[in-house]
Design a protein around this ligand. Structure first.
Ligand code: TYM
Length: 324
């Protein structure tokens, strides 16, 4: 299988990114050809992107990904902007994309509603995302649940291109992991995200004290009667716990909850302890990596490998549409 996925360099990795996507990225490296992209062009759609910060954030993200277990020798890891074919294909795909479909993208509608100045890049964002994937003829895309609509659009674009110009692109399928929808601890009705502010995400590399504080103050409920359904906050804590703690322990705590005997303070302590244990190797590797200077060369080599595939596919695209 050819796997492709991308992530925006918008600051630190959080638990949603890790459990929703990156953990699957790491596992899929075994036995597949993986292409993972730090999507810096996409990051420009965020109005407050500062050039110096972006420059640093994309490099730090590369180090974070390597600390999580992405192996840049085996896997192609690179910056999107180092392969200009992404934007070239995006233009061509835009011409087989329905304007109506783009206006229906939930992420666009949400972001546009929150901003005074809505840039064109934000509207075109899903087309560039489709180009990212199709440029590598990828058939599988590991993502969190929030990306499913973009992926559905990507398949529509592929279908439409194939129909007009002849079969070329596979219709990429999502790979959803167990943590595909991690919610904010401060407001469990919203997904964990950097864009809502620091209390709404838990960073993978955040200081221990700060993680502890965020978990301790996670929204729960005032206690339920036995048999009552779990509140979203508690369900989210269990969801995360399931990803880091042994099954028997989670089952036991679930049983206690069912019987109305579970103290949320205890649940939070157990979660903190198991989460930190799961993250420890990543945090240690990240600290070691900070001292290593070869990241630029690794990324340049990744871009070279990506470009080799991208150039070939682009040549076929250009020929199909009549540009060659
Ligand atoms: P981004 O940078 O917002 O997120 C990267 C990955 O993390 C997942 N994720 C979550 N999963 C579970 N729970 C959450 N709370 C949570 N928050 C984020 C996302 O689903 C994603 O898999 N548009 C994409 C980047 C992109 C891309 C692509 C992805 C550009 N081109 C091509 C796949 C294929 C984005 O902004 O992800």
């Amino acid at each position: 299988m050819r796997i492709f996925s991308g992530i925006q360099p918008t600051g630190t990795l959080h638990l949603g990114n890790y459990f929703g996507a990156i953990r699957q990225w790491v596992q899929l490296q075994e036995g597949n050809e993986c292409v993972y992209c730090i999507v810096d062009y996409h990051a420009l759609t965020n109005e407050d992107t500062d050039p110096a910060e972006l420059r640093q954030a994309r490099r730090e993200l590369a180090l974070d990904l390597i600390a999580c277990g992405i192996d840049p020798e085996k896997t192609i890891l690179f910056f999107q902007s180092a392969v200009p074919e992404h934007t070239e294909l995006a233009w061509i795909l835009g011409c087989v994309t329905s304007y109506g479909d783009l206006t229906r993208m939930t992420q666009f509608k949400q972001k546009a509603a929150e901003q005074e100045f809505v840039n064109g890049g934000l509207f075109y964002y899903p087309v560039l995302q489709a180009a990212d994937i199709l440029l590598y003829l990828a058939d599988h895309v590991p993502v969190g649940e929030d990306q499913l609509q973009h992926l559905e659009l990507c398949r529509r674009i592929a279908r439409r291109f194939n129909y007009r110009f002849g079969e070329l692109f596979p219709e990429p399928q999502p790979i959803l992991g167990k943590g595909a929808r991690i919610m904010s601890l401060a407001d469990p009705t919203r997904k964990m995200s950097k864009s809502y502010g620091p209390e709404h995400y838990v960073g993978l590399m955040e200081p221990e004290e700060s993680i502890k504080k965020k978990i301790r103050s996670a929204v729960t409920d005032v206690g339920l009667k036995p048999g009552q359904e779990m509140s979203p906050g508690v369900a989210n804590l269990f969801e995360i716990l399931e990803l880091v703690a042994p099954g028997e322990l989670v089952a036991e705590l679930r049983q206690q909850h069912k019987e109305g005997k579970l103290l949320y303070k205890h649940l939070k302590e157990v979660l903190y302890e198991h989460l930190m244990r799961a993250l420890a190797p990543i945090r240690e590797r990240r600290a070691e990596l900070a001292a290593r200077g070869e990241i630029d060369e690794l990324l340049a080599a990744g871009a070279e490998r990506a470009r080799k595939i991208a150039r070939e596919v682009m040549q076929q695209v250009r020929a199909r549409v009549g540009l060659e």
